[in-house]
Design a protein around this ligand. Structure first.
Ligand code: FMN
Length: 333
């Protein structure tokens, strides 16, 4: 059934069809149609001190503003990551900024952190019924200078921690100028140090430990990845998401959209992202759990991620191309 729906949706502009699909999902939830879905048999696992009902979660970017959390949860995701949310609302890049590459089962996007801001998201989360595992992915506003980036992440953390099972520090989107520089050197240490300190203060004042997860790029050199892993260990970061989208265009050269600026996701990202997990796993030696994101399109690609060292899975592009059925399939792993 999803393949028919997908056919219809794919005739529309990608951003418009995203909106229509999410509104449709919301309506199905409100009409209680999603209650009829058979329950997913649990395969629980504990990661970062949190017990996940199974391994398959939703990656950031699909529900940037926490508008659809209850409806998405009803589909059976083991966890949902909302965001990226920035302190102030921002429009993102001009359209078009989202491109489908159906033959390659891929997407290129240069959304640029379009989102309604921290205050809006907090209001939405107040109204949300979902009590499962919620990740909140935070970023910096486009016009915040890189040297003040920590202020934006701290702002997001302080205003949203109480809703979060874990917080993701997004320093790997390719669509905010300079953001990926935060993955290196003193800027990385200063940023993670400040957030770690805030985490301790929140724990002390509110008796809630909110795990900090760092989301990384698949485009780091081996040396840069090694240096990053070292800082993650030193700063006692709780988890890593590997990976965000890539700037590479391997495997999509034939597409009319290959030259569009932005991050590439889906099948062409799969092996690059899995190799990042493998390398990271050998560097981290089980000291920090890895959450896989990047080209999970079926159980085979997901199994490879787990074999490479990941503890949990996140889907975005696979969910767009395969539909909600992918959640049930991945939940068997
Ligand atoms: C349209 C679109 C928007 C995205 N927005 C975000 C975002 O706001 N924050 C983020 O951390 N990742 C974002 N991502 C990256 C995804 O969360 C995911 O890490 C990436 O697409 C690789 O996984 P996939 O191949 O399953 O899509 C976005 C991806 C897409 C396709």
């Amino acid at each position: 059934m999803y393949s028919l729906l997908r056919k219809a949706l794919f005739t529309l502009d990608p951003e418009r069809s995203h909106y229509i699909a999410m509104q449709g999902l919301q309506l199905a939830y409100q009409l209680r149609l999603l209650n009829r879905l058979p329950a997913i048999p649990p395969r629980p696992r504990t990661v970062m001190g949190l017990t996940f009902p199974h391994a398959a979660g939703l990656a950031a970017g699909l529900d940037k503003n926490a508008d659809y959390v209850d409806a998405l949860a009803a589909l059976g995701f083991a966890f949902i990551e909302i965001g990226t949310v920035t302190p102030q609302p921002q429009a993102g890049n001009p359209r078009p900024r989202l491109f489908r590459l159906p033959e390659q089962e891929a997407i290129i996007n240069r959304m640029g952190f379009n989102n309604k801001g921290v205050e809006y998201v907090a209001r939405k989360l107040e109204q949300t019924a979902y009590r499962g595992i919620l990740g909140i992915n935070i970023g910096k506003n486009k016009d915040t200078p890189l040297e003040n980036a920590a202020d934006d992440y701290l702002f997001g953390f302080r205003h949203l921690w109480k809703f979060a099972s874990y917080m993701t520090i997004n320093i790997s989107s390719p669509n905010t100028a300079g953001l990926r520089d935060l993955q290196q050197g003193d800027m990385l240490k200063a940023l993670l140090g400040a957030l770690k300190q805030e985490q301790q203060q929140i724990e002390k004042a509110h008796q809630k430990y909110v795990p900090l997860v760092v989301k990384i790029s698949p485009d780091l050199s081996a040396d840069a990845l090694q240096a990053l892993a070292q800082v993650l260990i030193e700063q006692r970061i709780d988890g890593v998401i590997a990976t965000n989208t890539t700037l590479e265009r391997q495997g999509v050269e034939q597409s009319a959209h290959a030259k569009e600026t932005g991050g590439l996701s889906g099948k062409p990202l799969q092996s690059r992202s899995t190799e990042t997990i493998r390398a990271l796993h050998s560097m981290l030696q089980n000291r920090i759990p890895i959450i896989a994101s990047g080209g999970i399109m079926d159980t085979a690609s997901a199994s490879e991620k787990l074999k490479a060292g990941a503890s949990l899975l996140q889907v975005y592009t696979g969910f767009i191309y395969k539909g909600p059925a992918i959640i049930r399939q991945l939940a068997t792993l």
